[in-house]
Write a protein that binds this ligand. Structure first.
Ligand code: ADP
Length: 442
């Protein structure tokens, strides 16, 4: 028999024994009920006494020894002691894990700040304290936007999109740049990660400066070489054997000039503000000019221009020109002369403006589409060389569109054709365009 069953049997046998004694006593005294009552009262008092001892011990079980009782009371006390020990063990383990976690987060090389739903500081680690000059007790409970006052940071916290981190220069320390990342968790809690990205920012700026300077330095010698080649190609006295190589040298120097020009344009885009200006741009006029440029060439695919809205754009004219010219130029470049290029400009019901350039050219295999806007990325290097492309056109397009809060979407099917579409947000649409410019474009 297991100990619990044994304890119950012992307790019940004791009650039964007392009841039997009660009956005997009753028979001797002439009243069985009275005898039973006396003995059962004794049994009840004993149980109450044990209950009292248990209660007394439970009230301060860490300080007192458990009572020594037999029967079922002994079993109950043993169970309580066991539960208590198990609880203490788990509590200690949790405490150890928690302490470990706190120590490791405190020692993390990144700043960690726990924010509540109101963006008030709940906790932060040592690195956050160092990077943001926080004070342990004083700053707990304060709103983080009262301590980091950069308007870009305040805007970043207010908008709910935390897919990309925010990089801002440190307000009080020159040359220090911080990156902020928000990770929402639990019930509207937020983890704010702060990282010192000064080194990456310095390297990035060095890279940009290097590309800009190298392109700039290459420009002068290239102009000299191109000039001499031009003269030599036109020189009728030159050995006819050299005409071929000279022509090729000139084509290649033209390409190098185009690459340098595009690199300088990308550098300018890199160095500019994140947001382009809001100058008015006559899109219909711009597209009409691009159309004229293409159709004036001796060989070109058919170009259909469809301007469905008189609206223009608010932006940087040179950048928008560059976007449209690159897309039209690519469509013409990668479409055979018996193909067709359709340029469409319209504004939708939400007020967003769209430009789409569709061609019936060679198309692009699906796996290349996501990488087309990378610098020097080409679907087919041989093809690009023969068409004279620089590999920078779509990188410029992407950059310039980002400046305008606009997006580029590419759809293409190999052997069928491609559509490059730009979406401009409503705030970039200028409703002041004139119908007459559309008529002129036609
Ligand atoms: P490139 O100066 O070489 O044209 P881009 O950055 O403008 O460089 O384009 C990158 C690559 O995308 C091109 O090399 C070309 O393979 C492909 N591409 C761009 N536009 C088209 C198009 N309309 N049709 C087919 N391929 C295209």
């Amino acid at each position: 028999m297991n100990p619990v069953a044994q304890a119950w049997a012992y307790t019940l046998a004791r009650v039964a024994g007392l009841a039997a004694l009660g009956v005997l006593l009753g028979l001797m005294l002439g009243s069985v009920i009275a005898g039973l009552l006396v003995m059962l009262s004794i049994a009840l008092t004993w149980q109450l006494f044990n209950l009292y001892r248990l209660d007394y011990w439970l009230r301060a079980r860490n300080l007192r020894e458990p009572p020594n009782a037999g029967g079922i009371w002994g079993q109950v006390i043993t169970q309580v002691v066991r539960l208590h020990r198990r609880k203490r063990f788990h509590k200690q383990r949790l405490l150890d894990v928690f302490r470990e976690l706190r120590h490791s987060t405190a020692a993390m090389p990144d700043g960690v700040i726990v924010l509540n739903a109101n963006n008030e500081i709940v906790w932060f680690n040592r690195m956050a304290m160092r990077l943001l000059s926080l004070r342990r007790r004083v700053d707990i409970g304060l709103r983080i936007s009262n301590l980091v006052r950069d308007p870009r940071f305040v805007q970043f916290l207010d908008k709910a999109d935390f897919s990309a981190p925010l990089e801002v220069p440190h307000a009080n320390r020159d040359g220090l740049a911080l990156s902020f990342q928000v990770v929402p968790y639990g019930r509207q809690q937020r983890l704010l990660l702060v990282r010192d990205v000064s080194r990456q920012v310095a390297l990035e700026s060095m890279r940009k400066d290097f590309v800009a300077n190298a392109s700039h330095e290459l420009r002068s010698p290239l102009t000299v070489i191109t000039g001499y080649l031009e003269t030599l190609v036109q020189d009728t006295d030159i050995d006819p054997m050299l005409q071929g190589p000279l022509g090729e040298m000139r084509r290649q120097s033209d390409r190098m000039n185009a690459i340098v020009r595009d690199l300088l344009e990308l550098s300018r885009l890199d160095a500019g503000d994140a947001e382009a200006a809001y100058d008015t741009i006559d899109v219909a006029g711009l597209l009409a000019m691009l159309n004229k440029d293409v159709t004036a060439r001796p060989r070109h695919p058919q170009v259909l221009l469809s301007i469905e809205s008189p609206a223009g754009l608010l932006g940087d004219e040179a950048e928008v020109h560059s976007v449209f010219a690159n897309l039209v130029e690519n469509a013409v470049k990668y479409t055979p002369d018996d193909g067709q290029v359709s340029i469409r400009w319209w504004v939708d019901a939400q007020g967003e403006a769209h430009l789409s350039v569709t061609d019936t050219g060679m198309g692009i295999p699906a796996e290349h589409i996501p990488r087309l806007t990378e610098r020097f990325y080409r679907v087919d290097a041989g093809r690009a060389r023969t068409t004279g492309g620089t590999g920078l056109g779509l990188a410029i397009v992407k950059h310039a569109l980002e400046h305008h809060g606009a997006r580029l979407h590419i759809e293409s099917e190999e052997g069928v054709g491609s559509t490059f579409s730009c979406y401009f947000p409503a705030r970039r649409v200028w409703q002041g365009g004139r119908q007459s410019t559309i008529d002129a474009a036609r």
